[in-house]
Design a protein around this ligand. Sequence first.
Ligand SMILES: *[C@@H]1O[C@H](CO)[C@@H](O)[C@H](O)[C@H]1NC(C)=O
Ligand SMILES: *[C@@H]1O[C@H](CO)[C@@H](O)[C@H](O)[C@H]1NC(C)=O
Ligand SMILES: *[C@@H]1O[C@H](CO)[C@@H](O)[C@H](O)[C@H]1NC(C)=O
Ligand SMILES: *[C@@H]1O[C@H](CO)[C@@H](O)[C@H](O)[C@H]1NC(C)=O
Ligand SMILES: *[C@@H]1O[C@H](CO)[C@@H](O)[C@H](O)[C@H]1NC(C)=O
Ligand SMILES: *[C@@H]1O[C@H](CO)[C@@H](O)[C@H](O)[C@H]1NC(C)=O
Length: 427
Amino acid sequence: MVPILALLGAGAVMFRVVEAASVFSHFMVQNSYSYAESDWQNDMTTAASIGIDGFALNIAAADYEVGQLVTAFSVAEQLGFKLFLSFDMSYTWESSDMVSIVQNHSDSSAMYTWNNAVLVSTYAGDNYDDSFWSGFKSSLSSEGITISLAPAFTDYRDPSLADSLLSDFSSIDGFFNWWSWPDDVDANLTTATDLAYQAVIKSNRTGPYIMSVSPWQFKNLGTSDTDWVELSDTLWYYRWLQAIQDVNPDIVEIVTWNDYAESHYIGDINPNVNLGDLAPNYVNSNFTHASWRNVAQYFISWYKNGSAPTVTNDQVVFWYRGWPKATSCSTGSPPRNSDFPVDAVFALSLLSSEATVGLYIGSNSFSWDAPAGASMGSVPFPSEDSQIPYIAISRDGNTTKSGYGSLYVQQSDCSYYNFNPYVGIVE
Ligand SMILES: *[C@@H]1O[C@H](CO)[C@@H](O)[C@H](O)[C@H]1NC(C)=O
Ligand SMILES: *[C@@H]1O[C@H](CO)[C@@H](O)[C@H](O)[C@H]1NC(C)=O
Ligand SMILES: *[C@@H]1O[C@H](CO)[C@@H](O)[C@H](O)[C@H]1NC(C)=O
Ligand SMILES: *[C@@H]1O[C@H](CO)[C@@H](O)[C@H](O)[C@H]1NC(C)=O
Ligand SMILES: *[C@@H]1O[C@H](CO)[C@@H](O)[C@H](O)[C@H]1NC(C)=O
Ligand SMILES: *[C@@H]1O[C@H](CO)[C@@H](O)[C@H](O)[C@H]1NC(C)=O
């Protein structure tokens, strides 16, 4: 952690220590098979434009990924964008291959470093024991490369296991808490896991505590272990507040930029990416998430600066599913936890000053007095078929901005169990 001194107010004799805070987004290199340099440029430029510092590159063990990493690092160098490697340990890895990949990019100006060490992270990997990880580090060390290892060991979620993380893995420097959704319960996520693991890392290690922040979780790839939804209705709002107000991690990692099949992508759906046979049933042009980036931009600025930014352009970002959760669909079966999501349109307002935000769909409506900054409201799905929401911002009875969703909420005519939301914006 690099403390920087910030001067508050012109001429004020007052200093405040602000923690250096970085924001990365988890990027599935598995989905870059068809990528040209211009695809990398688009993604990195779009991410940088909302304050994202870099990508955590999730790499499986496929050959084409090695080549795509070379392109990614060269584009990032040109753009001043940062990257770190995040080995996807749900695939089978040889330590020597991981060493070569780190070695190949450790000198890149785009490589993100933590305390002068190359940051290396993972998805999972606690099934590889401590000797695997210490061997990986010492092989790199003998090549003159010091890394800071902050893995997402996914079995360490229960706060009571935090102490054993340190005793089980003497080799780790930091930690990445992958879990940014409720754990198969009809309840909101708390920060208990974050605070417990952050505390043990800070007590005895020098690496970063990385906190994941995610907008959604829904997957439906046709088998019982690839078919679930987690309660995410207001997650994109309260999880950011948890990061900023309760946890203040060294790094926020947005999960994800482009993991389309789990519905938590905040990047655009790249039409060249082969999504397989089933994901296109719920990841297609009707289910864009681009406007979630407006929400991210606001909270990233707040997280980095320590105080909420002033909104200059009123906007309401809203999201909703296309069918009530009990609707029968002609293909497949309802995902695990399908009873948890609330049948409603959710809206997050970002306002320059107090206004009334109205949500209307079919015969239902809801409005709230929204303050300057961020707040949320929701309106339940109506009983009428084929309805589209209308959203209006008004002050003193005058509507200043309004607009419609572009997906109809239907009571039937469902061909696939789809709990991925459409995300729209009035701005
Ligand atoms: C290392 O980089 C070179 C080109 O710079 C590339 O040809 C090679 O495949 C890379 N190897 C690994 C293991 O990343
Ligand atoms: C989750 O939090 C939201 C507010 O962000 C609240 O409206 C909702 O009732 C909570 N859900 C549960 C299951 O507690
Ligand atoms: C962690 O604990 C060990 C054993 O008590 C100690 O030797 C080491 O200096 C500690 N490291 C840090 C960074 O606190
Ligand atoms: C979404 O859009 C495509 C056209 O881009 C269309 O073929 C498809 O049926 C639409 N509906 C759903 C529910 O995915
Ligand atoms: C950062 O916060 C300070 C107050 O703490 C404020 O004066 C300044 O405008 C903020 N900067 C940005 C970019 O929001
Ligand atoms: C509301 O609109 C009316 C009619 O255009 C206008 O006369 C009035 O000044 C507006 N009020 C506010 C607060 O903008």
